[in-house]
Design a protein around this ligand. Structure first.
Ligand code: MYA
Length: 432
């Protein structure tokens, strides 16, 4: 991932509105000039990304271009055999995430240097268990877990990963790399290390005869296949307000706010229970069938479902609805656990966030299913439940009192062109 997001408050603009019309027009001409300048330099802005096989901004709307791979694979013998050059103080390493020591180094790098919100109040704090889960799906390649160390001190200062995934784009299942956890130590930013890291992961993906990738980012790059918005549902409004994640609404008191977000102690759906190992085949069928309707979605088999959706304490939670008569599994919901460090608050250091993952409703209305998901997340002591506006999520967000976030999350494909930008609801893919 990732893009960071916090609840989006409608700020009431204060300040002096008594400017003369003259001033006003100067301001707007200035703003216009800036906009024109920005749009003119847009094409020059991505020295690295312009050289890559990704949709370019100037191709937007050009429907004459074919859908599918942008470049054809090259023979494996022509793939560069040695790593890209790093500036001389640094060296490549392949990270053995099974090693407790290496995992701790990666965890520390990310905990101190990974994605923050725009105001630098929160930073993602993926747990070690989460990282092991995220990086070792079926068929993973250790060579795609790439670190950069300082040669002299051996300190880990940068990281990038890929994992293999079958992603269906419309009717074609494409073997891809999902690229994530790109991180450069704060002290080494803006030195063009990121492009070298991206080229190196690309080279190592090519060596496995894989030529496409999927990734998400909070920044705009050439060119998103879709742009999603995060929504947030307060579970512990008092703490969220105390740490500055959300604000007390206009004409609201703390006690009214707590009451507004109060949830029932009990889930409502008969037969709602935690997923167990023997459910894997039924969940796989349910999910495969459901994901077919989206333009871009993972092509999960039983091994993927076992890895990605079987509950793992403090990492991923999955619940389903089993009919008491037929024992048929009719509905499914899941969320993963991604806490954030709270930067500079005296009383709280961690924000516990649940992120909506894959949800399927065939019999229980999605609204009721997700209301039960909120109840179990609250029971597990999460402070907030986050969801993107992907798949059918828009149908429950407002009603279940989610508020829109300020951050956007852009989805990208590498070396695969789509003719049209997708609506977020056409996307059936959630990356971690
Ligand atoms: S998204 C999470 C990214 N991580 C963070 O936001 C953590 C905090 N930030 C940092 O650690 C650094 O700021 C990073 C950039 C490392 C992000 N995705 O080295 P630079 C371009 C892609 O001087 P730094 C995630 O993990 C930027 O536009 N490109 O910059 C998915 C510019 O290029 P151009 C990005 O700030 C990652 C160049 O890098 C991103 O020191 C998917 C500047 O380099 C970004 N998030 O470091 C990676 N941010 O001039 C792509 C900046 O052209 C995978 N840049 O605009 C592609 C598929 C590869 C496999 C293909 C297989 C076939």
């Amino acid at each position: 991932m990732a893009g960071y997001s916090e609840p989006n408050e409608n700020h009431v603009t204060s300040g002096d509105n008594s400017e003369s019309p003259e001033n006003e027009s100067e301001v707007s001409i200035d703003a216009l000039a800036r906009k024109v300048q920005e749009s003119l330099s847009l094409a020059k802005r991505h020295k690295f990304w312009e050289t890559q096989p990704v949709g370019q901004f100037n191709e937007l709307g050009d429907t004459s271009l074919p859908e599918g791979p942008i470049e054809q694979p090259t023979p494996l013998s022509e793939v560069k055999q040695e790593p890209y050059n790093l500036p001389s103080p640094y060296e490549w390493i392949t990270c053995d995430i099974d090693s407790e020591e290496v995992c701790a180094e990666v965890y520390n790098l990310l905990t101190n240097n990974y994605v923050e919100d725009d105001e630098n109040m929160f930073r993602f704090n993926y747990s070690k268990e989460f990282l092991r889960w995220a990086l070792r799906p079926p068929g993973y390649f250790r060579s795609w877990h790439i670190g950069v160390r300082v040669k002299s001190s051996k300190k880990l200062v940068a990281f990038i990963t890929g994992i293999p995934a079958r992603i269906r784009v419309r009717n074609t299942v494409v073997l891809m790399a999902e690229v994530n956890f790109l991180c450069v130590h704060k002290k080494l930013r803006s030195k063009r290390l990121a492009p070298v890291m991206i080229k190196e992961v690309t080279r190592r993906v090519h060596l496995e005869n894989i030529w496409q990738a999927a990734y998400t980012a909070g920044v705009v790059l050439p060119t998103p296949v879709t742009t999603c918005q995060y929504w947030h549902r307060s579970l512990n409004p008092k703490k969220l307000i105390e740490v500055g994640f959300s604000r007390l609404g206009a004409r609201m008191t703390m006690s009214r706010t707590i009451k507004l977000y109060k949830l029932s102690d009990q889930t409502a759906t008969p037969g709602f229970r935690k997923m167990e190992p023997h459910d894997v085949p039924a969940v796989t069928r349910l999910l495969r069938n459901y994901l077919q309707q989206f333009a871009v979605a993972p092509d999960f088999d039983v091994d993927d479902v076992e890895h990605w959706l079987l509950p793992k304490e403090d990492v991923v939670e999955s619940y389903m609805v089993e009919s008491s008569e037929t024992h048929e599994i009719t509905d499914f919901c899941s969320f993963y656990s991604l806490p954030s460090s709270i930067l500079g608050n005296q009383n709280h250091s961690v924000l516990k966030a649940a992120y909506s993952y894959y949800n399927v409703s065939t019999k229980t209305p999605l609204l009721q299913l997700m209301s039960d998901a909120l109840i179990v997340a609250k029971k597990k002591d999460f402070d907030v439940f986050n969801a993107l506006d992907v798949m059918h999520n828009e149908t429950f967000l407002k009603e279940l009192k989610f508020g829109p976030g300020d951050g956007k999350l852009h989805y990208y494909l590498y070396n695969y062109r789509l003719k049209h930008v997708l609506r977020s609801s056409e996307l059936g893919l959630v990356l971690l």
